[in-house]
Design a protein around this ligand. Structure first.
Ligand SMILES: NC(=O)c1ccc[n+]([C@@H]2O[C@H](COP(=O)([O-])OP(=O)(O)OC[C@H]3O[C@@H](n4cnc5c(N)ncnc54)[C@H](OP(=O)(O)O)[C@@H]3O)[C@@H](O)[C@H]2O)c1
Length: 129
């Protein structure tokens, strides 16, 4: 995949695979890398724009949508894999919220406002003389 001159957003960008993806995008010449993290992040590369982004937080997602002007590549990396009691509903809901529902929500972008098409003119009839 061509990354050069692209705008990339990585969720869960503070550690693990997400952090490595940020570095790889920079290495491949990304124009801008939005680094979504739950805790404040600073980065020495000026192409990195930190975003406070808990992927289960609707307000964070809304603010991210407003701050990110255009985006070529969204990497929904943030995820959890707790080795917990999966018969515990709360644990299941947490996994679904982060791993599944967050990725469906963060892909949504508000559509541009609809404009009605200009009225179509019917062709003029030739005047009878
Ligand atoms: N490593 C593997 O072998 C492997 C294999 C298959 C799939 N994966 C998937 O690849 C992704 C990254 O794996 P990894 O090994 O790098 O995992 P990791 O080291 O556990 O890192 C998970 C990242 O997700 C973030 N995160 C968790 N919940 C979040 C939330 N609600 N909102 C925003 N960020 C959240 C964490 O942020 P905090 O630091 O704030 O917790 C962290 O940055 C995960 O989705 C994982 O399921 C990994």
């Amino acid at each position: 995949m061509r990354i050069a001159d692209k705008t990339v957003l990585v969720t869960g960008a503070n550690r693990g695979i997400g952090k490595a993806l940020v570095e790889e995008a920079l290495r491949r010449g990304a124009k801008r890398v939005y680094a979504g993290t739950r805790q404040p992040l600073s980065h020495s590369d000026r192409r990195v724009t930190p975003l406070t982004l808990d992927v289960t937080n609707a307000a964070h997602i809304q603010i991210a949508l407003e701050r990110v002007e255009s985006l070529d590549i969204l990497i929904n990396n943030a995820g959890v894999h707790a080795f917990d009691d999966l018969s515990d509903r709360a644990v299941l809901e947490w996994h679904l919220a982060v791993n599944f529902f967050a990725s469906t929500t963060s892909r949504r972008r508000p559509s541009p406002p609809c404009r009605s098409p200009p009225p179509t003119r019917s062709p003029r009839r030739p005047r009878s003389t």
